[in-house]
Design a binder for this molecule. Sequence first.
Ligand SMILES: Cc1cc2nc3c(=O)[nH]c(=O)nc-3n(C[C@H](O)[C@H](O)[C@H](O)COP(=O)(O)O)c2cc1C
Length: 225
Amino acid sequence: MQEMHDTMWWLHRNPKPGGGAPWWQDGCMPTAADLWRQLRRASADRHHPWRVVALCTQGADGPRARSVILRQVHEEDRRLVFYTDRRSHKVHELAQCDRVALLCWDPRHQQQLRMTGQAAVDGSGDAVAAHWATVPERAQLDYASPLPPGSPLVDGSSEQGGPPAPGGAAAQDPTTRLRARGHFAVLQVQVCEMDFLELDRQGHQRCRQVWVPSRSVWEGQPLVP
Ligand SMILES: Cc1cc2nc3c(=O)[nH]c(=O)nc-3n(C[C@H](O)[C@H](O)[C@H](O)COP(=O)(O)O)c2cc1C
């Protein structure tokens, strides 16, 4: 709450950078379609602040959050696409509980988007192969570590199990690429609820969009911020 108070003070003293018309109809709250459009922009624009999403899972000892890059957005079936290593902790956690929370924050426009949904992880099949083909060669090496992400490094040296150095002999080895492909997975979240908050010196605004399966529609509700 202190943080929100500080932000209000900041906004009061400093007019919102960027200004201009909002990306939804002025005077209204954003619709689900507006939010999906903005998410799609984020997936396509590497500078969009919503492209880095905090993905929260339920771990054995409680909730866990980490940053992931939003790769694709499919509004038609409410799907967000991320890439990950199938050996990572998050994948193990999702096998136990597939419910996730997601958080996006745009500091420039003071806009927060929170989402909840159901995640699925896939490491094989034509669709995954098509995604893999879009990963730049250098980034493919991120998936090539012999040891799973989060493993302790012996003597702190990545040579003992970390990803191969770009340009090194291991990076050129075709078996390294094969190994990396085996670790690559596509993580998809089907969103069921979106909660949007904009901090504004004229008054904060918040609304929720909930997916209603029986009618296949998003139902919007303005909320007390
Ligand atoms: C800006 C940023 C972007 C990241 N993007 C991804 C990503 O797209 N996929 C991913 O698996 N990890 C990504 N990471 C690393 C994760 O935050 C995390 O450290 C890693 O996936 C291990 O998480 P886990 O142990 O909870 O599975 C990113 C980290 C940062 C800082």
